[in-house]
Design a protein around this ligand. Structure first.
Ligand SMILES: NC(=O)c1ccc[n+]([C@@H]2O[C@H](COP(=O)([O-])OP(=O)(O)OC[C@H]3O[C@@H](n4cnc5c(N)ncnc54)[C@H](OP(=O)(O)O)[C@@H]3O)[C@@H](O)[C@H]2O)c1
Ligand SMILES: *[C@@H]1O[C@H](CO)[C@@H](O)[C@H](O)[C@H]1NC(C)=O
Length: 330
């Protein structure tokens, strides 16, 4: 079956059970959890008995509103949810957030869910915005939190989990810019050459490369009892598509999602599943789809993919070292 038929099959017929894992006693961070998939994942984890759920959001007022609404629907006490400011457009905010997390008594799981889809080219801290938010600062946050997860796992004896929310659209990235020689970041920050209809897919492809590199460097061991994965929630009805988009693409997306899109609640089950307390070590470094290991995709499982992965690994780590010296040497 081709990508599209497989996709349709999953959207229409795959049934994802309501999560029923036991999170009692655990502390979980979820980024971008004021709305969409992040908020629904937070609701599940609060319901499943977590001791502390941290909503990492860029606008605290929106986080507080989500917290009140989640507490109302789950009938839990307000001390369970904390709202912490995290602006993934700002490396300073990411570093301040990670520093604050050092003070936690424990940290069991992190869902790196916040992300953007935009067809408007804009520079943020010198790079195109989707590359900064979805890839650079997202991985900066993960690497900055990893020591805390390791320390916590060693103390509690429970394995830590990090799940990045990617997308199966990475399979469809054309990434024509990647054929231009030179540093990937240099190429992607040139507005005249940017294919913005492809950019979101490229950001999720590069995120996949990054997660594979990070997990390969941090195998599950006594030193690092933390499972790292990335996942796709499938096509869900959220506000992700809030930016104006080109005519046909926008129309096709709107019609398609109305018919086959999952609710954010159903999609969020894949996020909760990825960080479940009894997650299998075998999934470390893998791409999860509907709770199962899926192909990394043609762009990665090819000789060129291997080269891209190695090249981007180095470029990203150089960049992360500039942003936060020592962060990759863990
Ligand atoms: N929906 C789908 O069909 C689909 C499919 C595949 C993958 N995904 C992925 O799923 C994840 C969640 O998407 P969603 O559908 O739930 O979208 P959404 O409703 O747009 O939620 C995105 C969340 O990310 C936050 N965010 C965006 N930029 C941020 C920044 N610079 N700093 C901090 N937070 C930021 C948003 O905060 P604000 O509310 O303040 O903007 C919001 O909380 C994304 O990574 C997306 O790529 C979604
Ligand atoms: C997030 O950080 C960016 C870059 O520093 C800044 O332009 C933006 O105003 C910040 N957004 C919020 C909501 O703080």
């Amino acid at each position: 079956m081709g990508f599209f038929l497989e996709f349709l099959w999953r959207q229409l017929f795959v049934w994802l059970p309501t999560p029923n894992y036991d999170f009692s006693g655990q502390t979980v961070i979820i980024t971008g959890s004021n709305t969409g998939l992040g908020r629904e994942a937070a609701r599940h984890i609060v319901r499943l008995g977590a001791a502390k759920v941290i909503l990492a959001v860029r606008t605290p007022a929106k986080g507080e509103a989500a917290a009140a609404e989640i507490l109302e629907s789950t009938k839990k006490t307000s001390s369970i949810i904390e709202v912490w400011e995290l602006n993934l457009s700002s490396s300073a905010s990411v570093k301040a957030f990670a520093k604050r997390a050092q003070g936690l008594a424990r940290l069991d799981a992190v869902i790196l869910n916040a992300g953007i889809l935009t067809t408007q080219f804009a520079l943020v801290e010198g790079e195109e915005s989707s590359i900064v938010v979805n890839v650079v600062h997202n991985t900066l946050l993960a690497l900055s939190l990893l020591p805390k997860l390791r320390e916590s796992a060693a103390k509690t004896g429970l394995r830590g989990r990090i799940a990045f929310v990617g997308s199966d659209l990475q399979y469809l990235a054309k990434f024509a810019e990647g054929e231009t020689p030179g540093n990937t970041f240099d190429v992607l920050r040139v507005e005249e050459k940017a294919d913005m209809d492809d950019r979101y897919k490229v950001s999720k492809l590069l995120l996949a490369c990054a997660v594979r590199a990070i997990s390969a460097e941090s195998p599950v061991s006594d030193k690092s009892n933390v499972i790292i994965t990335y996942l796709t929630p499938g096509a869900c009805k959220s506000d992700l598509f809030r930016d104006p988009m080109g005519g046909f693409q926008a129309l096709a997306l709107a019609i398609g999602k109305t018919i086959i899109g999952r609710s954010t609640e159903v999609g969020s089950r894949t996020l909760v599943n990825a960080v479940r307390p009894n997650q299998d070590v075998k999934v470390h470094g893998q791409f999860l789809m509907d709770g199962k290991v899926a192909s990394a995709g043609p762009k990665i499982n090819s000789p060129e993919g291997k080269k891209l992965e190695e090249k981007f690994h180095k470029e990203l780590y150089d960049k992360l070292e500039q942003l936060s010296p020592g962060v990759t040497k863990i």
